[in-house]
Design a protein around this ligand. Structure first.
Ligand code: UD1
Length: 339
């Protein structure tokens, strides 16, 4: 029998790509989203890619009754929880808003999972939990550093909440995926990232500069102790990242977990500097980008990249696309939404 996966925040950037890959892998997907940070573009794109309408529930996971009702209306075998606020800077200015939203929504999911006889829960975590570290690449055993923002803290807290919950309730299993820097778009250019206002993240800023929406990209700092002086990150293709979710969900549903709470890094294992990324973008898309070097951005870590060995070996997942392919997809998406 087909298994059903609930994707909270399924109309967003990561959720929409995960929905496509789950459906292609044979799962029934139920999307739930409150549309607080997205519109219908990605949902419509998902339906177009798949050639069918998927169930879409407009609801807020901070509403405990609505969350519970979802679990009554559908027999949910696994839930992937993306629904969260994600702007680092805003979280510093609005900590209560961030803690309330990101914690309440996850607690409601877990509460509903518990009262409805248990569930497999995949939490969308972040490499931000590692903070600034000298030992690179980071493995899942690398120590977490104290979070530097309320956003980062909610990721750490939700990981801990999931760990404690599976310990107390054996009918709940949990996986946390720690994403490095997700970039790119679906090769169809029908779904992708839709930042609100001025993008904080590098790749949307690059594509918006290339299309003329922004005048100039600021590269934040070229005096870091790295080979070219700019920060290094592990940029992971969004479709590759989505496929890691399919592997993790299947591992849970098939009862293949070694422990009831597991953590995996989702990255390529390949450090890429800001300047290398900009150069690759120019080269693969045959254009010149207007950029300048500006002072460092407060809170940025010098370098971080994943050791993805555990995901490679245990999940049987590996990042496949090159950074060039990913940047070509990001550019195709920017051009598609400009039309
Ligand atoms: C950021 C968040 C991280 C979050 C992730 C989600 C911070 C400190 N970290 O990661 O918690 O999980 O986004 O995707 O905000 N850069 C520029 N110019 C720009 C934008 C970025 O030079 O206009 C540089 C940054 O200095 C950094 C790199 O590009 O070195 C990547 O930045 P970004 O895309 O914002 O991701 P992170 O900061 O790594």
């Amino acid at each position: 029998m087909k298994k059903t996966v609930l994707v909270s925040g399924g109309a967003g950037f990561i959720g929409s790509h995960v929905t496509v890959e789950l459906t292609n892998a044979g799962y029934d997907v139920v999307i739930a989203d409150n549309f607080s940070n997205c519109d219908m573009t990605n949902y419509k794109g998902v339906c177009q890619i798949l050639g069918k309408e998927l169930p879409l529930i407009k609801m807020d996971f901070c509403d405990a009754a609505a969350t519970d009702k979802l679990f009554t209306d559908y027999k949910i075998d696994a839930v992937i929880h993306f629904a969260a606020f994600k702007a680092v800077g805003e979280s510093v200015a609005e900590p209560i808003k961030y803690y309330k939203n990101n914690l309440d929504s996850f607690l409601n999911v877990l509460e509903a999972a518990r009262t409805h006889g248990g569930c497999n829960v995949l939490f969308s975590s972040s490499a931000t939990v590692y903070g600034e570290t000298d030992v690179l690449p980071v493995t899942e055993q690398s120590p977490r550093q104290p979070a530097t923002s309320p956003y980062g803290n909610t990721k750490q807290m939700c990981e801990d909440i999931l760990r404690d919950t599976v310990k107390a309730f054996p009918q709940i299993k949990g996986i946390a995926l720690r994403y490095f820097n997700p970039i790119g778009a679906h090769p169809s250019a029908l779904i992708g990232e839709l930042p609100n206002g001025v993008p904080n993240n590098l790749v949307p800023f690059i594509t918006q500069t290339a299309i003329g929406k922004r005048e100039c990209l600021s590269i934040f700092g070229n005096d870091y102790p790295t080979p070219d002086g700019t920060c290094q990150r592990d940029y992971i293709d969004i479709v590759d990242l989505a496929k890691a979710h399919v592997c993790a969900v299947t591992r849970m549903i098939d009862g293949k977990m070694d422990e009831s709470y597991e953590i995996f890094n989702v990255g390529t294992g390949r450090p890429v500097s800001v300047l290398e990324l900009v150069n690759a973008f120019e080269k693969v898309n045959g254009l010149k980008l207007n950029y300048k070097f500006t002072p460092r951005r407060p809170g940025d870590v010098t370098a971080i990249w994943a050791d993805p060995t555990r995901a490679n070996e245990v999940l049987g997942w590996k990042a496949e696309r090159t950074v060039e392919e990913t940047l070509a997809a990001a550019w195709a998406w920017e051009k598609a939404i400009a039309k």
